[in-house]
Design a protein around this ligand. Structure first.
Ligand SMILES: *Cc1c(COP(=O)(O)O)cnc(C)c1O
Length: 397
């Protein structure tokens, strides 16, 4: 059994804060500052360039990939860590389109995160010709999978509502139509149980600064299924994905495995912070995490609906159809969220009217949820959000 009281003690959480935003940026593992200092002083400081070999810096992208892979049901050696999620989306989609050269349609949904759609638009514009990005309602994806579709590109858990797609079913439908399936796990990795190998995903991508707690700007990851690993081409053919980067060949020759998806020099300091965060995940069983996440979310929904009827549930009511976040709609949601934050309850706001709360059992317990409900009750009943200072939009919401 996972001990969530023990994992909670491993995070730094500021005094007086209830942090329901670990779905956007996970909190600081207490062990991270000392480890970062060690990497700075003992590795960078003392080893200088020899750190690439001696401290294992060059091996970090694949070593971290395996640690992440364990949490998402990936085969060992099939996840590479690095770059940002937007870049990994681009690489996965470009590889899929080359693996389905006779097809011209990329299918996605309107619940996808805009950056994924923008990357697809950018890629298709570069490819020219008659490529088309088809964006349909999330509930309609299955009905639009056809033999025109090269790749179905979906984010499993909707960043606004928390609505969760059925990975196994949609992947199977894509395959039956001869299409490839890309899953974005931004709101899945570390949030819910994922089994990429069992569900036969072709490609998957995700970030590590949300539920995995790797820190702001932490590197992303990409999964390539074993059956595609030797065929998937890296459109961003940087030297770190070369079979022999230090041969300095003038011609590109891909690494035989998923390591080909590396691009350039890995961010070692960020990777050190991520590595510390992943130590905490070693203590966690994903089935326990999912059960606890559902328990906390259900408790929160029941509590909020009892004290704040103005808030309308935007997330699916069925916990099996949700990820690990709960969203409510409220016209003055931005101001209301600022009022909550001013009282120590941190969630976030997604336009036009979504108040979003993430449930992260590693460091949030039932006592926190009770306090959150009490703060929401106070702010909503007293209309404490109705102040000019709460209505001024900041750059990051
Ligand atoms: C958070 C998120 C991103 C962000 O991409 P970055 O390149 O890391 O900024 C992209 N896609 C989805 C689905 C996300 O949730």
């Amino acid at each position: 059994m996972s001990d969530f009281a023990a994992t909670k003690a491993l995070f730094h959480l500021p005094e007086g804060v209830i942090y329901l935003d670990g779905n956007s940026l996970g909190p600081l593992p207490k062990a991270a500052p000392a480890r970062m200092e060690e990497v700075l002083r003992d590795e960078w400081g003392e080893m200088l360039i020899t750190g690439w070999n001696k401290a294992g810096w060059m091996a970090a992208p694949m070593a971290l990939g395996d640690r992440i892979g364990r949490l998402i049901g990936a085969e060992p050696g099939h996840v590479a860590c690095g770059d940002t999620l937007s870049i990994k989306v681009y690489q996965a989609l470009a590889a899929c389109l080359e693996l389905r050269p006779d097809r011209r349609v990329v299918l996605s949904d309107s619940g996808n995160f805009p950056s994924d759609l923008y990357m697809a638009q950018g890629l298709l514009a570069s490819l020219g010709g008659d490529y088309e990005l088809r964006v349909v309602d999330p509930e309609e994806v299955g009905a639009h999978i056809s033999d025109e579709v090269a790749a179905v590109m979906l984010t499993e858990v909707d960043y606004r509502t928390g609505r969760k797609h059925d990975m196994a079913a949609l992947t199977q439908e894509a395959h039956e139509a001869g299409a490839l399936m890309i899953w974005d796990l931004a709101h899945s990795a570390g949030a819910i149980e994922v089994d990429l190998a069992r569900d036969k995903a072709d490609f998957a991508v995700g970030c590590t600064y949300k539920y995995l707690n790797g820190g702001p700007g932490a590197p992303a990851f990409i999964y390539v299924a074993p059956r595609h690993a030797g065929a998937a081409r890296n459109v961003l053919a940087g030297w770190q994905g070369h079979a022999a980067p230090f041969a300095f060949d003038l011609d590109y020759r891909p690494n035989p495995g998923v390591e080909r998806m590396r691009v350039g020099t890995p961010p070692i300091l960020q990777m050190a912070a991520l590595d510390v965060a992943l130590d905490i995940w070693e203590r966690v069983d994903m089935a326990d995490l999912r059960a606890q996440s559902i328990a906390l979310s259900e408790h929160f929904i029941a509590g909020v609906e009892a004290v704040a009827p103005q808030l309308r549930l935007a997330s699916p009511r069925d916990p099996q159809a949700r990820g690990s976040q709960v969203s409510f709609r409220f016209e003055e949601g931005y101001a209301a969220m600022q009022a909550l934050i001013a009282r120590g309850l941190i969630g976030d706001f997604r336009a036009p009217d979504i108040m979003r709360f993430g449930f992260t059992p590693l460091f949030i317990d039932e006592g926190d949820v009770d306090k959150a409900i009490a703060i929401i009750a106070e702010v909503m009943a007293g209309e404490l959000w109705d102040r000019d200072e709460y209505k001024v939009r900041a750059a990051v919401t």
